[in-house]
Design a protein around this ligand. Structure first.
Ligand code: NAD
Length: 516
């Protein structure tokens, strides 16, 4: 694997982080070589056993201290996020909300999730056994992150792994590593925590070195990179959990509350300038309300304010695209749609200055256009008129991705029925992106959107553990019936017992010959 970055910057001893809104250099960090990553991994491994020995309650104490420190430094951390991502100040704040929720959820519930599980033995022959499942963390978990939520992404995954008792080696995106690097410094230098959280900064090659240094890998990013990581994990025979791209569909049925659906579409499609894996990327509206929906959507999108507003100002709704490459991808999708007959009712061309793409509503779209097939990851809402729910669901499922989706209707039974037809890891009814922020629920993608579940519920901790099957004898017998030596008498009586206890009809239970 070679060093590369999304905007083509070359590998070197350090790399610059640029603000996409104005091109200013927001910071500079080391592009760590594989040998440095290996050394960092060794330090983390050395600290891990003591961390595990603290037990869940001891570990939760440090997570709470960390959360306090994050909140005490909130404004400074968010300024870093804004300087490296070009987000609006309002969008920036969401990152901390995630931190509070996830850290509290796993610190509070971690001990219960990690407790040994007692299980009832199956079948009378095992009644003398005591069965338990024990959870033992992978010593070192690697985590590689994308650029769209510089704090939100790591803070969805890291708390669960730390609660599990693992040491964690993180690798933030080279596009937005500044805020996360500071949060990891907070863990190591400000709250007296054991040194079990590391941060490897660098380009793609640094990420590849992380995969080579750890016992389990959690990756969030593009499907293209995810496949490479899955292949390398298979070669190393380590488990991987992959959270990849999406193309989430919104299905608006004729009985929906149109105003709420329009509000949800604007937020779900344009939040963070559309740079969310779970963003609404395409909309299917039943014919009777299509005109009303499109007219209200267009009016609402025209009211959005775009820019990187000053800290604390809340004067802009959505901000910049993170990189020139991402902006060009959005341009390509919109240009392709327009060339094939679509119309842009708002936006449709990049802004004159900075990496901004104006929020864009596209109509007269169809599945021959890349904007309906490939992940756009930008502020575009292509809307398609459909005859009925059958056509809507057929088109919604006509995608290589399967991350999330939403259904908008006043009929709860219809919503329930159609949700089961959605081939996605999550479905929200009358809301956008909602399933991801309900922490007891598993979050994960189907099809090309990923493997495994990223976080949510007990799995958000247990996925970082190996399961140990534990069996103990309740009664100490001198021997077991299946132990040596074999004998005709003993084996025959075992066969009889197996039939008597295991069969469902008396003829077989008693070992009688089958009727001819
Ligand atoms: P990316 O795949 O280009 O990069 C992600 C990370 O992988 C970066 O840190 C990068 O340095 C690293 N990397 C690159 N090459 C590597 C290699 N060979 N080995 C190891 N690491 C390597 O993704 P991106 O452009 O930063 O992020 C955008 C993508 O992330 C979108 O496709 C989006 O859908 C996806 N995403 C998914 C979720 C989810 O939960 N499903 C969440 C956010 C983003």
């Amino acid at each position: 694997m070679h060093d590369s970055s999304p905007d083509g910057r070359a590998a070197g001893k350090t790399f610059d982080i640029l603000c996409p809104a104005n091109g200013a250099v927001a910071g500079s960090l080391p592009n760590m070589a594989a040998s440095e990553v290996t050394a960092l991994a060794a330090d983390l491994r050395a600290a891990q056993p003591a961390w595990e020995a603290l037990g869940p309650d001891g570990r939760a104490t440090y997570l709470y201290k960390w959360l306090d420190w994050i909140m005490d430094n909130e404004r400074r951390l968010l300024e870093l996020v804004q300087s490296e991502s070009g987000k609006s100040w309002g969008d920036t704040g969401i990152e901390i909300m995630v931190a509070v929720e996830v850290i509290n959820y796993y610190a509070k519930n971690g001990a219960a999730f990690l407790a040994d599980k007692s299980l009832r033995p199956h079948g009378p022959a095992s009644l003398t056994k005591r069965l338990e499942v024990h959870y033992k963390p992978y010593p070192l978990v690697g985590m590689i992150f994308p650029w769209n939520y510089p704090l939100g992404m790591p803070l969805m995954d890291v708390p669960g792994a730390l609660m599990a008792g693992a040491a964690v080696l993180t690798k933030p995106s080279e596009v937005t590593p500044l805020a996360w690097t500071e949060v990891v410094r907070g863990w190591n230098e400000e709250i007296g925590a054991p040194p079990v959280l590391g941060c490897a900064t660098g380009l793609g090659g640094t990420g590849a070195a992380v995969v080579d240094a750890v016992d389990m890998i959690q990756f969030t990013g593009s499907t293209k990179t995810g496949k490479k990581i899955g292949i390398r994990a298979a070669e190393r025979l380590i488990p991987c959990s992959l959270e990849l791209g999406g193309k989430d569909a919104m299905v608006v049925l004729a009985d929906a509350d149109v105003d709420r659906a329009v509000g949800g579409a604007i937020w779900g499609g344009m939040f963070n300038a559309g740079q969310s894996c779970i963003a609404i990327e395409r909309i299917y509206v039943e014919a009777p309300i299509y005109d009303e929906f499109v007219s209200k959507l267009t009016a609402g999108v025209k009211r959005l304010r775009q820019g990187m507003d000053p800290v604390g100002a809340y004067q802009a709704d959505l901000g910049a695209m993170a990189t020139e490459a991402q902006l060009e991808l959005v341009e390509r999708h919109v240009d392709d749609a327009i060339a094939k007959g679509a119309k842009a009712l708002t936006g449709g061309k990049r802004a004159a200055h900075g990496l901004f793409y104006p929020p864009t509503v596209l109509v007269d779209v169809d599945h021959s256009m890349v904007c309906m097939r490939e992940e756009t990851f930008g502020p575009t809402l292509p809307v398609m008129k459909v005859a009925d729910e059958i056509e809507a669901m057929r088109l919604a499922n006509d995608s290589p991705y399967g991350l999330g989706g939403s259904i908008w209707t006043a009929d709860a039974d219809r919503a329930d029925r159609l949700s089961r037809e959605f081939l996605t890891g999550g479905v929200s009814i009358n809301n956008a992106l909602a399933n991801v922020f309900q922490f007891p629920l598993p979050m994960g993608g189907w099809k090309e959107s990923g493997i495994g579940h990223r976080f949510g519920g007990p799995n958000g901790v247990l996925k970082f553990c190996r399961q140990q099957a534990f069996v103990a004898e309740r009664v100490d017998l001198k021997t077991e019936v299946h132990w040596y030596p074999h004998s005709r008498r003993k084996n025959k009586s075992t066969d009889r017992a197996v039939r008597l206890l295991g069969m469902r009809d008396w003829r077989r239970r008693l070992g009688l010959k089958p009727k001819r």
